[in-house]
Design a protein around this ligand. Structure first.
Ligand SMILES: O=C(O)CCC(=O)C(=O)O
Length: 284
């Protein structure tokens, strides 16, 4: 099912305006990145994939309210193994990072109706720095599986926060977040953007872009699939015990893979995580 990487290119490249917006603001919203027919099977997998349903890590905030996260590093031929390898996804990350990238990890973050878990302010680089990555040369793509609104806990980002570099972290409850004292000052000076998305819309963000999400106060589930890629030159310098973070060349797949049903539906193998968002249980 794999296709030689050099032969596969996206038919939906980012536009020069989208690329410029990402570099200027630290994120870019890409409307209609996936067709509704491509993204609906992901929502169904959340309900039916025995690798996911019931296997999520329940991630509690300081008040004990939960979000549910399924996390995987290995990419198989299941739907959720295929999406991080799709040409449009890989090419977006490589265009924004400026060169070849590989899969770091992917997550399904679910806030079921009335799950009131807050995911506090953090940077992707906050966690991967301790994993031994020297540069903030990772990208994260948040893809809306269901409608994401402010009321149901959509991802929110601090515009231009990528320009600040790495912000010191501190544990707030079990989660390691941007230091609250500094965060308070950042929020006085920079704008917060709530990324309200329809299913299939996506947001690509820089590893230093500070982001978070609030609780779901509606009757609708909020589900987001996030795909993380690391630049090849940014492989962690300490690999012992972190073999799952090693550079493995990505086998890109054509954009048409989902619409042509060229994937297996189940199962996706997920790993338990801890509250640090970037840490798989027991290892970074
Ligand atoms: O999907 C969300 O609510 C936020 C997830 C997040 O912040 C992350 O995966 O780093």
């Amino acid at each position: 099912m794999t296709v030689a990487a050099e032969r596969v290119k996206t038919t939906r490249p980012l536009t020069p305006e989208q690329i410029a917006e990402y570099h200027e603001n630290g994120f870019v919203i890409i409307r209609g990145f996936f067709e509704p027919q491509e993204i609906e099977p992901v929502r169904i997998a959340c309900e039916n994939d025995p690798g996911i349903r019931g296997q999520e890590t329940e991630f509690a905030d300081a008040q004990g309210n939960i979000s549910r996260i399924a996390h995987w590093t290995e990419l198989g031929d299941s739907l959720l193994g295929v999406i991080p390898r799709l040409a449009r996804v890989v090419d977006a990350s490589e265009t924004l990072l400026g060169g070849e990238c590989y899969h770091w990890h992917s997550k399904l973050v679910q806030k079921r109706p009335h799950d009131q878990g807050n995911i506090g302010w953090h940077q992707l680089f906050g966690g991967v720095y301790t994993a031994g990555c020297l540069f903030p040369d990772l990208s994260v793509g948040f893809i809306a599986v269901t409608t994401n609104t402010r009321e149901n806990g959509c991802v929110k980002v601090v515009k231009k926060s990528h320009l600040m570099g790495r912000v010191d972290t501190a544990y707030v409850g079990e989660a390691r977040l941007c230091k609250p004292e500094r965060m308070e000052k950042i929020l006085e000076r920079l704008e917060v953007v709530y990324c309200e998305l329809n299913p299939g819309d996506a947001v690509w963000a820089h590893a230093n872009t500070i982001h978070a999400s609030e609780g779901n106060y509606t009757n609708q589930a909020r589900i987001t699939l996030s795909v993380h890629h690391n630049a090849v030159w940014n492989e962690p310098y300490k690999i012992e015990g972190l073999e799952h973070r090693k550079y493995i060349p990505l086998q890109k797949l054509p954009d048409s893979t989902i619409l042509e049903n060229k994937y297996q539906i189940y199962p996706t193998v997920v790993q338990k995580m801890n509250a640090d968002l970037n840490k798989v249980m027991g290892k970074v």
